[in-house]
Design a protein around this ligand. Structure first.
Ligand SMILES: [Zn+2]
Length: 234
């Protein structure tokens, strides 16, 4: 993907999270990475979505986080996105929103269990919640530490971020990712949707169990991984 194509893809992803109903006001941001060029592209901070243009996307040096293109300041969450790109190989786009059902699970500090195949088609297991940030992590380099608690949770449990493409940050909300910005948007939509479904499922049956491993594996692996057969051969 060229530089200009990446800016366009990131711009489109930022519009798509609004269109999907995941964002109120300016509570959301999407980014993309070009690992070969060593850059990430992210939405500028505080610009209304209807005034966003592809040219306004901010290009940052992936190694230093310094802006290398664009006149506007990057989204304040840029350091979180950068930690995810640096620590999670194989992800190409990141989306952060405050979509209400996913936020509810993050605020409840509960892992989102896999209760059905909608979840299993995109996430190969529960969507984890992070620990709370310590006061010193909040006072100093807060957005960077929001990234490091995500990475810490994945490392602690040996989770593969390409199989679990999202997380709930305790007391905050969801981050989702994927191979490119459009896939990250899709996973953010699925995360909000399965968070809503799970809430209703627990209301109807508080003692429901997660689906069986065989069903989880069947649904995830038929769409992802070496034996995938879902959809059309391209
Ligand atoms: Zn946020």
């Amino acid at each position: 993907m060229t530089h200009e194509a990446l800016k366009r893809a990131v711009w489109q992803a930022n519009l798509d999270i609004v269109r999907a109903g995941l964002v109120e006001l300016t509570w959301g941001n999407a980014s993309g990475v070009d690992r070969a060029a060593g850059v990430m592209v992210i939405k500028p901070s505080g610009v209304p979505y209807d005034r966003l243009r592809p040219e306004a996307m901010v290009v940052l040096d992936l190694a230093t986080g310094e802006p290398i293109e664009g006149d506007l300041r990057p989204s304040s969450d840029a350091p979180t996105h950068r930690v995810l790109y640096q620590q999670f190989d194989g992800i190409g786009g990141v989306v952060h929103t405050h979509s209400s059902h996913a936020v509810s699970w993050a605020q409840a500090e509960r892992d989102l269990p896999c209760l059905g195949t909608t979840h299993a088609d995109h996430f190969h297991g529960p969507i984890p919640v992070t620990r709370r940030l310590h006061p010193e992590e909040i006072r100093e380099a807060y957005e960077h530490h929001t990234g490091t608690v995500i990475v810490e949770r994945f490392r602690r449990d040996g989770l593969d971020p390409t199989h679990i493409p999202g997380v709930l940050v305790a007391g905050h909300g969801p981050f989702a990712w994927g191979p490119d910005p459009a896939a990250a948007v899709e996973n953010a939509i699925v995360l909000e949707s399965v968070a809503r479904m799970a809430l209703h499922t627990y209301l109807l049956n508080p003692s429901v169990r997660p689906i069986d491993g065989a069903l989880l594996d069947k649904h995830f692996l038929r769409k992802h991984g070496p034996g995938a057969y879902y959809g059309q051969v391209s």
